[in-house]
Design a protein around this ligand. Structure first.
Ligand code: DQA
Length: 149
């Protein structure tokens, strides 16, 4: 069965307690369960990771590129958290690994502070989703499956 990687960056381990007015009350474990359900419905398997470290995210994208080239992975739903707005390294990793990435944000970053309006991920991503709350993860999984048909 092909798989999808849902990759989460810094501070997303704090979901549920972190600014609930912005990110809601679901925990990262709840998000993983929601993603597992969406993957089940789409007939793909789920790999789910979170890291607060930029280099670990770079390495996860490299591995995802190898898995995709081997026909084992459809792509990555990637919430890079604050690294979205700062990381040339993650931009380069997506391009270098030639991996399909759906950029995902729980909040509508464009309705928030100006420093969240620029993304280094978007120019390297296949598609971008923001503002659907944690349900966006399920929508992005369905979208990635649709794109790969
Ligand atoms: C986020 C938005 C980012 O600006 C922020 O730094 C995050 C979460 C979101 O999911 O809405 O950590 O990516």
């Amino acid at each position: 069965m092909t798989k999808i990687l849902v990759l989460n960056g810094p501070n997303l381990n704090l979901l549920g307690q972190r600014e609930p007015a912005v990110y809601g009350s679901a925990t990262l474990a709840d998000v993983e369960a929601l993603c597992a359900k969406a993957c089940d419905a789409a007939g793909v398997s789920l790999a789910f990771k979170q890291s607060n470290h930029e280099g670990e995210l770079v390495e996860a994208l490299h591995q995802a590129g190898r898995d995709q080239a081997a026909g084992e992975l459809l792509g990555v739903v990637f919430n890079a958290g604050a690294y979205t707005h700062t990381s040339v390294a993650l931009h380069d990793a997506i391009k270098g690994a030639a991996v399909t990435v759906i950029e995902l944000h729980i909040s509508n970053v464009h309705a928030r502070e100006a420093f969240r309006h620029h993304s280094y991920i978007s120019p390297a991503a296949k598609a971008v989703m923001a503002g659907f709350g944690v349900q966006g993860y399920a929508l992005a999984i369905a979208g990635l499956v649709q794109l790969s048909k």
